[in-house]
Design a protein around this ligand. Structure first.
Ligand SMILES: [Zn+2]
Length: 222
């Protein structure tokens, strides 16, 4: 039987699989990246040497450094500093309305949305700013929303080892609103429920009540 590596790779994105560590790929030079932007400008039908566009390759490459800086951070390292002394606190920790900007890996178009994260601590808690940073590390990569949702949830599960993790992401995809089917106002909602949030409907309901009904957060204002 022939091997099917592509199918094995696809399974790595499953809800229950730990996120694969980022592959360390060699980056091209900045000059090569700028030349690629020049090519795209020409492909769009314009002249990269005209005054308004001369600085554009440099600006686009610098924008990419910001859009994709998540590749430079290790999300597991980020969460490692946890607090073991939780003084018996065993209620849900919820951080909601974490605004993020990402880019879809199919069109490199913006994905703009909000993430809501909850976990039920067992022995450890983590500073809430770390939860927001975790969203940022995964958002600042080429993404699909389903994968990003699962990556955030499984990383939290693996590092904090809580009783449960819930992640809901709602986002608008500019590849749907500005091109293709042109459907403004549409948002996509994805969720990953692990442990108690998957097994216990009461816990899940409590979380969903705390974040409100996804899709009613006014994504037009994000
Ligand atoms: Zn897309």
């Amino acid at each position: 039987m022939a091997k099917q590596p592509s199918r094995r790779r696809a399974r790595a994105d499953d809800d229950d699989a730990p996120p694969a560590p980022p592959r360390r790929l060699k980056r091209p030079s900045r000059e090569a990246a700028e030349a690629a932007v020049r090519t795209l400008i020409q492909w769009a039908g314009d002249d990269p040497d005209r005054a308004g566009l001369v600085g554009t390759p440099d600006r686009v490459v610098r924008s990419y450094e910001e859009f994709f800086r998540g590749y430079d951070s290790d999300p597991v390292e980020l969460l490692k500093r946890t607090f073991d002394e939780i003084n018996g606190y065993d209620e849900m920790v919820v951080l909601k309305d974490i605004r993020f900007e990402s880019h879809c890996e199919h069109h490199i178009a913006a994905i703009i949305g909000k993430a809501h994260i909850a976990y039920l601590p067992d022995k450890r808690v983590v500073g809430i700013s770390k939860l927001a940073r975790l969203v940022e590390v995964y958002a600042k990569r080429l993404q699909i929303q389903e994968k990003m949702t699962a990556q955030i949830a499984t990383t939290l599960r693996d590092v904090l080892q809580p009783k449960g993790v819930a992640v809901v992401i709602e986002a608008a995809h500019q590849c749907m609103t500005t091109r293709g089917v042109h459907k403004p106002g549409v948002s996509m909602v994805t969720s990953s429920m692990l442990g108690a949030f998957r097994d216990d409907p009461t816990t899940r309901r409590e979380f969903l009540a705390m974040i409100g009904t996804p899709g009613r957060h006014g994504l037009e204002n994000v």
